[in-house]
Design a protein around this ligand. Structure first.
Ligand code: ACO
Length: 325
């Protein structure tokens, strides 16, 4: 009998401090940085974001999302034999956020590691977990995207600080004799490192370089719309499906204009796209599982439906996963 992986539970968590565009505009104005609700909504579709309290880390947000996913799957922490956390804002340089989260969750002993592929991180992590389950290396995995991007934003740079927020999303992925994950497609092109990066590192007790996010927004936009379309088509082709078969497109939640462009290229109505970017901004690796969980809990995304998840981010990295829920 063939062995597949399938999602049996989803969960997500946003920290309680919510800033509407108006709240952020007022905070930035006090620092002499000028922006507006109109500019942010028109260029990005973002209306609000959540920021974690100073003592709260990615593992704390991921823990809440993981607990909710476990509850939805009817699984116990002790059933889990693999934890993968996708994050670019880890709690520490090391050990991994996955190990810290594992201990908080009480799943000690299982394999646990982080994946760093920025906003494509959840797609990478899900693909790795699927491969490990199919080969028998794991049977019940927690795949988590968790970020505190507010920690790496330059609040003097209006071209980036209005775009990002904090949050986490998680899924339980289990071995199954029916699919599940049907196909995936991962890519990276390191020649684009400079267009989206946090170009600093720790050395001799100091941070060398610039420890805050830098982005060439227009270059990112142009690359993103091209590679997302390619990844979507390649993944569908691997499974012998077409865009017309998709029930829901669940893209990385960075910018409504990128999502509209992706949907248009695939000839999909926006009614088939889960959009949550308005509520939490770009939460990097957390955004896809956040959107998935919102769709599931709203009763829109239903068991048996065909979902195309796709992400793009710093690296440059991109990829997609096609799955039957
Ligand atoms: N408020 C008001 N004005 C602003 C702001 C702001 N927050 N930011 C920039 N502007 C101004 C600029 O200064 C510029 O003014 P000028 O014409 O007088 O020079 C004007 O707005 C236009 O700036 P552009 O950069 O050309 O604006 P653009 O239409 O390209 O939108 C944006 C910028 C939203 C960043 C867009 O390029 C974009 O969405 N890029 C993709 C970003 C993205 O999705 N990144 C994440 C993907 S990967 C990942 O998630 C990590």
């Amino acid at each position: 009998m063939r062995r597949y992986s399938r999602i049996t539970g989803t969960g997500s968590y946003l920290p309680p401090r919510r800033l509407s565009n108006a709240d952020l505009v007022a905070e930035l104005a006090a620092k002499g940085v000028e922006t507006s609700d109109e500019w942010i909504v028109e260029r990005t579709g973002i209306r609000a974001r959540h920021f974690a309290a100073p003592e709260v880390c990615s593992s704390d947000l991921g823990l809440e999302a993981a607990r909710r996913a476990l509850q939805a799957a009817g699984a116990l922490a002790t059933d889990i034999d693999l934890i993968i956390v996708a994050t670019s804002t880890p709690d520490m340089v090391f050990p991994s956020t996955a190990c810290i989260l594992q201990n908080k969750l009480g799943a000690n002993g299982c394999a646990a590691f982080d994946v760093q592929a920025v906003c494509s991180g959840f797609i990478y992590a899900l693909t790795i977990a699927d491969a490990m389950i199919r080969t028998g290396a794991a049977s019940k995995a927690l795949v988590i995207g968790a970020e505190v991007f507010s920690r790496i934003l330059d609040f003097k740079d209006r071209t980036t600080c209005v775009l990002f927020g904090d949050g986490a999303g998680a899924v339980v992925l289990e071995a199954s004799d029916t699919p599940g994950i049907l196909a995936s497609d991962l890519h990276a092109d390191g020649k684009h490192v400079g267009i989206l990066c946090v170009p600093g590192h720790v050395s001799g007790g100091n941070v060398l370089g610039h420890p805050l996010l830098k982005m060439d927004g227009q270059a990112v936009f142009k690359l993103a719309v091209g590679v997302l379309d390619e990844a979507a088509r390649a993944t569908l082709a691997k499974a012998g499906k077409t865009a017309a078969d998709i029930d829901w497109l669940i893209p990385h939640q960075a910018n409504i204009r990128i999502m509209r462009s992706t949907a248009r290229k695939l000839k999909l109505s926006m009614d088939k796209v889960i959009v949550t970017v308005d509520q939490h901004g770009n939460t990097s690796a957390a955004s896809i599982p956040l959107a998935l969980d919102a769709g599931v809990r709203a009763g829109r995304v239903k068991p048996g439906q065909l979902l195309l998840l796709e992400g793009v981010g710093g690296g440059f990295t991109w990829g997609a996963v096609l799955l039957q829920l």
